[in-house]
Design a protein around this ligand. Structure first.
Ligand code: HEM
Length: 376
């Protein structure tokens, strides 16, 4: 039986296990906890399972597989993260955290990117892309969106003060003095039945927005730059034809080199079928976003990086269905502005170490690069 997550053989090559994996719709895997689950490998099946209400993200169900031996506790959440309550909250948040709102932020995001590119140009080389560009960008963007004042930004990285305590205080301040920010708008949001977000829901979801997105986006950005620099001629194409940048970002997300799908673990609540095979209630499954993105039936020659893929099917790195990444539009705008502007400003951008020397974090959820030293 395969161990999951699979190991990355090199910083830019995909795990060997993916080749041939799609011949079977369901592949048993052993998780770091020692528990077993079925990996759902094919693009169409992954989409169908993520849209199926008989497959739940409730990880506390009796008999459900655990990701790691001790991770279960961390996933005990103070508000419902599945079922109708979760759907209600998602609908309310979606009223104000819209793709339109994010698109309106694009010029501001572009401005922050340009400031950080100036910082990069002034920094002694080699310069670490993570520390000098990717993380400062995504932290500033999420803080500005939520209205976290600049002088208070260290609070949420400070483990001595739990981030939700800080968030509770910020929400109280915004109740008294609303600002032009997402938290103020979320406090006021309500639906036709005049449903509102409770204080507990506000605290939990605002903290989630603050913490769920900046690290993933920063790691995806640095990982994307590494992968792009390994595609002969591609940075040059993006420089001369900026309109290709959004398609390149989608292809970089498809080939994403920083995450695993371990946290996609679900449990089946009623008997279902996947790829013609019966899956009884109680089975733990992983709709594997990474495997789906490499399904040859969905993406011809999946191992090759191809910005011009046609017809273009949506990559699944942001998932789909009820839990579809709430920050996907924001992540896309940041990746597009950052990657497009970075390659245009620094035509000689290159890694300052040999690729095999890049280190991945010892993290089964996000084995991202710990540092990405570059020459400009
Ligand atoms: C490249 C960057 C990102 C990637 C690859 C990513 C990926 C994901 C994935 C795979 C999920 C889980 C979906 C599921 O279980 O079906 C998720 C959920 C989520 N993401 Fe993202 N994300 C990114 C950026 C962001 C950003 C920027 C934000 C916030 C502004 C964010 C906020 C969230 C939230 C709140 C959820 C929970 C949604 C729910 O359970 O309903 N993410 N993301």
């Amino acid at each position: 039986m395969h161990e999951y997550p699979f190991r990355w053989p090199s910083p830019v090559d995909q795990p060997a296990e993916w080749a041939g994996l799609h011949e079977e719709p369901l592949v048993p895997v052993r998780l770091p906890s020692g528990d077993t689950a079925l990996l759902i490998t094919r693009y169409d099946d992954v989409r169908a399972v993520l849209a199926d209400h008989r497959v739940s993200k409730n990880r506390n169900r009796k008999g459900a597989a655990r990701m790691t031996e001790n991770k279960q506790k961390i996933f005990q959440t103070p508000v419902a993260m599945h079922g109708p309550e979760h759907t209600r909250v998602r609908r309310l948040i979606g009223k104000t955290f819209t793709a339109k709102r994010v698109e309106a932020l694009r010029p501001r995001i572009a401005g922050i990117v340009e400031e950080l590119l100036d910082d990069l140009a002034r920094a002694p080389q080699p310069v670490d892309l993570n520390a000098t560009f990717s993380f400062p960008l995504t932290i500033r963007v999420i803080c500005e969106l939520l209205g976290v004042p600049a002088q208070e930004r260290e609070h949420f990285g400070d483990t001595s003060a739990p981030p939700w305590e800080y968030m509770r205080g910020l929400i109280e301040r915004r109740r008294r003095e609303p600002g032009d920010d997402l938290i103020s708008d979320l406090i006021g949001v309500h639906d036709a039945e005049d449903g509102r977000l409770s204080t507990e829901e506000l605290v939990w979801w605002c903290t989630l927005l603050l913490l769920a997105g900046y690290e993933t986006t920063a790691n995806q950005l640095s990982g994307s730059v590494v992968l792009l620099l390994h595609q002969p001629g591609e940075p040059e194409r993006l420089r001369t034809d900026p309109e290709l940048v959004p398609a390149a970002v989608e292809e970089l997300l498809r080939c994403q080199v920083v995450g695993s799908s371990l946290s996609m673990l679900r449990v089946v609540t009623e008997d279902i079928e996947v790829g013609g095979c019966p899956v009884p209630a109680g089975t733990s499954v992983i709709p594997a976003l990474d495997a789906a993105n490499f399904d040859p039936a969905a993406f011809g020659c999946p191992a090759s990086f191809d910005v011009d893929r046609a017809p273009r099917r949506t990559q699944l790195t942001f998932s789909t269905g009820q839990h579809f990444c709430l920050g996907a539009p924001l992540a896309r705008v940041q990746l597009q502005e950052a990657i497009g502007r970075l390659v245009r400003r620094f035509p000689n951008l290159r890694l300052a170490v040999l690729t095999p020397q890049l280190q991945r974090a010892e993290d089964i959820f996000f084995p991202a690069f710990t540092a990405v030293p570059m020459f400009l």
